[in-house]
Design a protein around this ligand. Sequence first.
Ligand SMILES: *[C@@H]1O[C@H](CO)[C@@H](O)[C@H](O)[C@H]1NC(C)=O
Length: 256
Amino acid sequence: MGKILAFSLIFSNIFIGLAVAADWSILNPRFRNELGDSLKKYCESWRINVEVNNIRDFQVVPQECVQHIQKYMTSSQYKADSEKALEEVKLFLSGFCNLKGDGKDAWIFDVDDTLLSTIPYYKKHGFGGQKRNTTSLESWMRKSKAPALTHTLDIFNEIKDKGLKIFLISSRKETLRSHTVDNLIDVGYHGWSGLSLRGLEDELLEVQEYKSAVRQRLVDEGYRIWGIVGDQWSSLGGHPSAKRTFKLPNSIYYLA
Ligand SMILES: *[C@@H]1O[C@H](CO)[C@@H](O)[C@H](O)[C@H]1NC(C)=O
């Protein structure tokens, strides 16, 4: 009796094994779906871990995820995620900010992929799958054709209307100043109190050090920094910080 049971178990295992092996053919649509599914999960995990600052210092988006990242960054989900972050800014402004109204209340924004979108550039240059080419990126920036991220433009105006001074701190080079100003004004931004770009000596610093140093100068001038909105963790970290920081999604590139 035991022998028969053992034999039938072995037999059924072989049979199941064969059946599974037959299913796992590259021509089987189910196999392809499972492969696609696990790739999607892998790439979405990669993206989320970039957003929460677990994955740092990446130079390129993993090749197998470029398509996934492109799909996300051009999707209505990307827009919804950004809008949600900015709704939180609104909530903070309406309930938790005790503005003094003495002209020293300040707010900070990044420029690229916070006020302006570089997605049109990356669409034509590998969407994060190629190493950053500063020469070609800067020649695109010199055209001053970056579109506004319209949801950020709304909150920019709202913050300005509340009487806060707005400071833009960008890792763009000082040599791009007039192109950057033209671009910002062209798409509807105006009335900021300062635009910091990186001079030659700032380029020796890491982005976070440079941005912290600019904030230190503002604090030394008596400003209270209520909030920072940026798409890079290097815009939000370091000292002095702000009462609150708000991270916008961006998984195309990483600035250290
Ligand atoms: C970077 O872009 C420039 C200008 O488009 C091009 O001439 C150069 O070959 C590129 N460099 C690399 C390493 O791809």
